[in-house]
Design a protein around this ligand. Structure first.
Ligand SMILES: *Cc1c(COP(=O)(O)O)cnc(C)c1O
Length: 437
């Protein structure tokens, strides 16, 4: 494992290769492809066998080291990791064959905290190296904004501008990303989420603006958000009692989480299979059944962080399976579920295991049970991506009882939103970027 040699290629052009830092700053490759590590390093066999006696920080360091170049010396990488995973990743037993890996103990109560924090600290180092402030632009319809805001909060050398559509983000979500201040600027756009995305895209194409500011984007396709998501598959494994025939069920939207799981398996984690669980936005389960990938507009569901009609990480999944459908279907089983089934699963697991699932975790649970029905004797881990109290309406509707508000969310109620407003015109947005300090 030589730490200095890893480059990243574009899924649109395997010849285009760049070092880690460039892949992070670019986000998307200039040809529109996604960056992928040119090799998936394998871990020593004894690493897996001894996982339960290794600290999470050491596990994460061992996994991350070969992916990241020498601009990040060991000491720095260790400190980035320490700050990224400074919360718990408990594995909770639901029944004989099912555990829930809770990824929601970070600041915004969802797994996206891990990737956002890691990316923020990586960008801080890059800003430091180039001796220039980096402006991070991100459009959000909710959850991404809060993970990015908290991940980048008070990170030196970085200014974050979060665009969100006026009136289309819940009050609680808005408070999660628009109350922080300091280097986090929230911009409420008089328009739709698509307008927000257009403003960000136009800014990236604006040569004049880019002379003035060093721009980067924190969207979910960034390789620095993806890589640290491999860690928690190892954290889950480490806590398992039964380590035979292990299956991870992943509630999926853009399929970043699942892609990270596939990378973990390729590195040597002995996973039997993955369940790709979705709501009615079932483009990937359909692909797994038929071999045809047919993106389509998303529909709204109660597991709304997975309402994605054209999953951005699908190209990475294909790359990991050499564009080969039959290889992919040996590892990944796709299932999709309706909102009614999701509500029923929340109710049923509460009754049988006294455990409250969030709507996304509930979709994973349903997928796992369907898989286990076809494959008895397997040990399943569902990835619980968010704390149930982030979705009080859905969970209270399922359980027909009030849900206590998480203390983190309680504290937010008294915070003041500090966003500035902007029309959906690019010129207005550009003028705003110049004055935001
Ligand atoms: C983002 C998100 C997902 C989907 O994750 P992908 O990596 O995009 O598949 C699932 N659950 C929650 C709560 C999320 O915020």
């Amino acid at each position: 494992m030589n730490k200095s040699t890893m480059n990243y290629y574009s899924t649109h052009n395997p010849v285009h290769r760049v070092p880690f830092s460039e892949a992070v700053v670019n986000g998307l490759a200039p040809d529109g492809g996604l960056y992928m590590p040119e090799v998936i390093p394998s871990l020593p066999e004894n690493f897996i066998a001894s996982l339960s006696s290794i600290s999470n920080e050491q596990i994460a360091f061992t996994i991350a080291r070969p992916f990241i170049d020498e601009n990040f010396p060991d000491r720095l990488l260790r400190s980035i990791i320490k700050d990224t995973i400074n919360f718990e990743f408990p594995l909770v037993q639901l029944d004989d064959q099912t555990c829930s890996l809770e990824l929601y103990h970070g600041p915004t109560l969802a797994f996206k905290d891990v990737g956002a924090r890691f990316m923020a600290l990586v960008l801080r180092q890059i800003a430091n190296t180039i001796q220039q402030e980096i402006t991070v632009l991100v459009a959000t319809s909710g959850d991404t904004g809060s993970a990015v805001a908290h991940g980048f909060f008070q990170v030196e050398g970085i200014r974050v501008v979060i665009l969100y559509p006026d009136g289309k983000v819940s009050a609680l979500q808005e408070k999660q990303f628009a109350t922080l201040g300091h280097n986090i600027h929230a911009v409420k756009v008089d328009g739709t989420f698509d307008d927000c995305q257009r403003l960000v895209k136009t800014a990236f194409l604006d040569a004049e603006l880019r002379k003035q500011f060093f721009l980067s984007s924190a969207n979910s396709i960034n390789i620095a958000r993806l890589l640290p998501q491999t860690f928690y598959y190892f954290f889950g494994w480490k806590q398992l009692q039964k380590k035979e025939s292990v299956v991870f069920a992943v509630p999926s939207g853009n399929f970043g989480n699942l892609t990270a799981g596939i990378i973990a398996k390729k590195m040597g984690l002995p996973v039997k299979a993955f369940v790709a669980a979705t709501n009615r936005n079932d483009v990937v389960p359909q692909y797994l059944h038929t071999g045809n990938f047919m993106p389509r507009p998303s529909v709204t569901t109660i597991s709304n962080a997975m309402d994605v009609g054209n999953p951005s990480n699908f190209a990475r999944m294909l790359a990991l399976y050499e564009e080969n459908w039959s290889l992919m279907t040996k590892d990944i089983y796709g299932y999709a579920f309706t909102d009614d089934e999701t509500l029923q699963a929340i109710r049923q697991v509460y009754q049988s295991s006294s455990y409250t699932l969030d709507p996304h975790g509930a979709v994973a649970y349903l997928g796992l049970k369907k898989y286990q029905h076809e494959h008895p004797g397997t040990n399943g881990i569902i990835i619980e991506t968010a704390h149930p109290s982030k979705f009080p309406d859905v969970v209270e509707n399922a359980l027909q009882q009030p849900l206590p508000l998480h203390p983190t969310l309680q504290g937010l109620q008294h915070q003041q939103v500090q966003s500035v407003t902007c029309s959906s015109s690019y010129d207005d947005f550009k003028n705003l970027l110049v004055v935001l300090k």
